[in-house]
Design a protein around this ligand. Structure first.
Ligand code: GAR
Length: 205
């Protein structure tokens, strides 16, 4: 019997280059998973086009067509539950998820963020790293909890900041690393190689 593939839902809002990195890793068999659903909160997100090009189900769920955040998130929960996914990957999903959604998928939601957390959570992080005069930045894959960019850290990659960097050049070099560490982190989770112990993510021996 062929074992069931590990199922992912990917939530997006924009360009979708991290979604593409996950798709590419699956197609190269470096990631033994399948994407069961892509959901965007933005109608014309290029990420949805990427999903459709690869024959994936990609839907736009409009937050504005729900009376409040809870009902929007309930609908998101139902869409995702209907696919029996194992893990939810936020890939440039630019909406803060509330308690309702997070509790529905406790410890099964991860995110990629373009800084070395806990430095620079939130928005405009590459600009803020430059303005702060940081010498290093990078990216972080982490579990999602109710605190913005605050969950336990799964993996990180460090990126040197050079004197002549601007927001664009730094973002590009960080993004290259994002595309490597995100699929790798998903593969570690699906292989059961990680244990979540409070704030720490331990690599099983
Ligand atoms: C990525 O840099 C990702 O880390 C960031 O948005 C970009 C999405 O790019 N996410 C966040 O800032 C979340 N806090 P993509 O749509 O090309 O994957």
């Amino acid at each position: 019997m062929v074992p069931n593939k590990f199922k992912l839902a990917v939530l997006v809002s924009g360009r979708g280059s991290n979604l593409q990195a996950i798709i590419d890793s699956i197609e190269k068999n470096a990631l033994q998973a399948e994407i069961s659903l892509v959901v965007s909160n933005v109608k014309d997100a290029y990420a949805l086009e990427r999903a459709h090009k690869h024959g994936l189900e990609g839907i736009f769920l409009d937050p504005k067509s729900y009376p409040d955040r809870n009902s929007y998130e309930q609908s998101l929960v139902e869409q995702i539950r209907s696919k029996s996914v194992d893990l939810i990957c936020l890939a440039g999903y630019m909406r803060v998820l509330g308690k309702h959604f997070i509790e529905a998928f406790s410890d099964r939601i991860i995110n990629i963020h373009p800084s070395l957390l806990p430095a620079f959570p939130g928005l405009n992080v590459q600009k803020r790293a430059l303005e702060h005069g940081a010498h290093f930045s990078g990216c972080t894959v982490h579990y999602v909890n109710e605190e913005v960019d605050g969950g336990a850290i799964i993996s990180q990659a460090v990126v040197r900041i050079f004197d002549d960097d601007d927001e664009t050049s730094l973002s590009e070099r960080i993004l290259e690393q994002e595309h490597l560490i995100y699929p790798e982190a998903i593969q570690l989770i699906l292989e059961g190689k990680l244990t979540l112990a409070g704030r720490r993510v331990l690599h099983n021996k």
